[in-house]
Write a new protein. Structure first.
Length: 168
């Protein structure tokens, strides 16, 4: 029996495939590891952190802001994906004006993430030009993939690719 796809299913599959191509084309998006190592952000207690703390472990860095429409739209799927994959280390960093604004958004939508904050200079230093942006950082600190725009976290094929990229 032949399965007929609806237009919405076809569009979703096409978008997932495009996101996979962009996220996985590492040669086009690779960056000097020193750029990633120099990235800094603040946690909800005001403590400064850097990717140097994660050296030897692959991580995802996800830039977002509460005022960013696509970020707001993507956050439920991202947080649901993280619940299914607690083994993944992700650093979700907001570009809000304050840590309080970021945490208020997370709390009001019941997203179990602690607010972390950086600025646009840090974002641009990693080659990101918009929000949301997700970076895959290899265990050696190099940027192996960069994607600006929402990602299909609910798509199994996409999820499998991300998980494979994050294997040490």
């Amino acid at each position: 029996m032949m399965r007929h796809l609806t237009v919405v299913q076809l569009i979703n599959r096409t978008l997932a495939a495009a996101a996979l191509l962009l996220l996985c084309s590492t040669a086009a998006y690779a960056n000097d590891s020193s750029d990633a190592v120099n990235f800094r952000w603040l946690d909800d207690k005001g403590t400064q952190h850097s990717l140097q703390e994660y050296r030897g472990k692959p991580v995802l860095v996800h830039f977002w802001a509460s005022w960013c429409g696509p970020c707001r739209q993507e956050m439920p799927a991202l947080t649901a994906w993280l619940k299914v994959h607690p083994e993944v280390t992700i650093i979700p960093v907001s570009l809000d004006n304050s840590i309080e604004d970021a945490q208020a958004f997370l709390d009001s939508h019941h997203f179990a993430l602690a607010a972390q904050l950086t600025d646009s200079t840090q974002l641009q230093g990693l080659g990101a030009r918009g929000l949301p942006t997700t970076l895959a950082i290899a265990s050696d600190g190099s940027i192996t993939a960069r994607q600006t725009g929402t990602l299909p976290w609910e798509d199994q094929e996409f999820s499998d690719k991300v998980l494979n990229m994050l294997k040490p």
